[in-house]
Design a protein around this ligand. Structure first.
Ligand SMILES: C[S@@+](CC[C@H](N)C(=O)[O-])C[C@H]1O[C@@H](n2cnc3c(N)ncnc32)[C@H](O)[C@@H]1O
Length: 415
């Protein structure tokens, strides 16, 4: 039975809402080699390649709209249904309803929707539920679970309130976002998470799931930037300094430290993020990676470093805040120091492949919803650096082959 389901799943077209689940499967499970070979795009790309090419009356287009319905995946997450279905064999809807606390009619319709739209669960005999490879990942992978929870139990609600928030506040402050409205808070997402660690943890799990996706791997920044040459070193000793601002638990610095043995890394983030982060650094790198609590909107305490990277940070902030964070760096910069931004890059329409452009536009909408922030074009970056300080020079932007994010580099000159 399990084999039949696996073949069924592997031959079905990849459905965007199961992409995160599949991506986790590929990296963490050996359940199905076929799934690992399934072409994947990010889980937030809920449209499909054919969206926009259909007339409104085309049933395929309607199907694509309908699959956006989040209730089934939200129910699967909220009632922790995957853990209540036996790994082998099946369970009746009635027994599952009793186990998870969702009434029979609603449980059955949610799962039957998930089966046909997301290939999560199957009905091997009438009235009984069994796992598919995709639903099994939700048992085995905490990050996949966090991803489904965050997208369907948090982001969807926030998306629905985004324009309402714009009408209510007309502001680009992060605490005036659709996300803040949906959470009934006057705080920004980061501030609210600081007081709600369980939400922060779910978000971090979702980020880990996304970070493992093709195109977003840290290796694109590690291999796509000349780290070893940012400081002179002939002896292999740590001679240069990199200050990774908003560097979270140091995941990127750990990879960069392996690639550039002549560099010392300081990871800066909010206190709750860096708290205890040293524990995650491998023993052989501990002398080269330090953590420091620092709010990037206040004056930079590490003076004279060679590179100050911001990876996946500025797209969380409006232009005004981004300018403010760059201004806070200025007094610490030595001539030749570089600011390196690793973010999505919004293209001129039609200049990227359709799938890549959809991914960028989707992320741009998420930034709108969560933070009143945005992804940016080249001219936006030029304007932001110039507004921060005209002594930021030589802006360069490139995208490593296969990377979803581009690298933006600016050099500091004293005049
Ligand atoms: C999307 S995460 C990116 C993490 C990491 N750079 C990466 O690429 O995986 C954004 C990070 O910015 C941090 N952050 C938010 N506000 C900050 C502030 N005022 N000062 C420093 N870091 C901040 C968050 O805590 C979070 O770790």
């Amino acid at each position: 039975m399990a084999d039949t389901r696996m073949v069924q799943l592997a031959t079905n077209p990849p459905h965007p809402s199961t992409k995160m689940v599949r991506s986790n499967l590929a990296s963490s499970q050996k359940i199905s080699a076929e799934l690992a070979r399934t072409p994947s795009t990010p889980a937030w790309s809920f449209t499909t390649s054919s969206w926009g090419h259909h007339s409104p009356s085309d049933p395929t287009a309607i199907d694509e709209i309908i699959q956006l319905n989040p209730i089934s995946l939200q129910a699967i997450y909220k009632y922790d249904i995957p853990s209540k279905v036996p790994i082998h064999g099946d369970i009746s809807f009635a027994d599952l309803s009793a186990k998870c606390g969702l009434d029979l009619i609603n449980l059955r319709r949610c799962l039957r929707f998930a089966m046909v739209y997301h290939y999560i669960f199957c009905e091997p005999r009438p009235g009984f539920v069994a796992h598919t490879a995709a639903s099994r990942v939700l048992v085995d992978s905490p990050t996949a679970r966090s991803g489904v929870g965050w997208f369907f139990d948090e982001l969807f609600q926030a998306s629905a309130r985004t324009l309402e928030a714009k009408q209510k506040w007309g502001s680009d402050e992060p605490q005036h976002s659709g996300w803040s409205l949906s959470q009934n808070t006057d705080q920004s997402l980061w501030a609210h998470y600081a007081a709600h660690p369980e939400m922060a943890q779910r978000f971090a799990g979702c980020m880990s799931a996304i970070a493992g996706m093709v195109g977003r791997l840290p290796s694109f920044l590690v291999n796509g930037y000349p780290w070893t040459s940012v400081a002179s070193s002939s002896s292999g000793k740590a001679k240069g300094t990199v200050v990774d601002i908003g560097g979270s638990k140091g995941t990127i610095c750990i990879e960069m430290a392996r690639a550039a043995p002549n560099l010392h890394f300081i990871v800066q983030d909010l206190p709750e993020m860096v708290h205890g982060a040293e524990a995650g650094v491998p023993a052989d790198l501990k002398t080269r990676i330090d953590f420091m609590a620092h709010d990037m909107f206040t004056e930079q305490p590490v003076r004279g470093a060679d590179v100050y990277p911001f990876r996946n940070v500025f797209h969380n902030w409006s232009d005004g805040h981004t300018v403010q964070a760059l201004k806070a760096l200025v007094s610490a910069l030595k001539p030749g120091a570089r600011v390196v931004v690793n973010d999505y890059f919004t293209p001129e329409p039609g200049t990227m492949t359709a799938s890549k452009e959809r991914e960028v536009r989707a992320m741009d909408m998420i930034m709108f919803t969560l933070f009143n922030a945005r992804e940016r074009e080249k001219r936006d970056w030029e304007m932001i650096f110039q507004q921060a300080d005209p002594r930021f020079k030589d802006l360069r932007i490139w995208t490593p082959e296969g990377s979803a994010l581009c690298i933006i580099e600016c050099e500091w000159r004293n005049r």
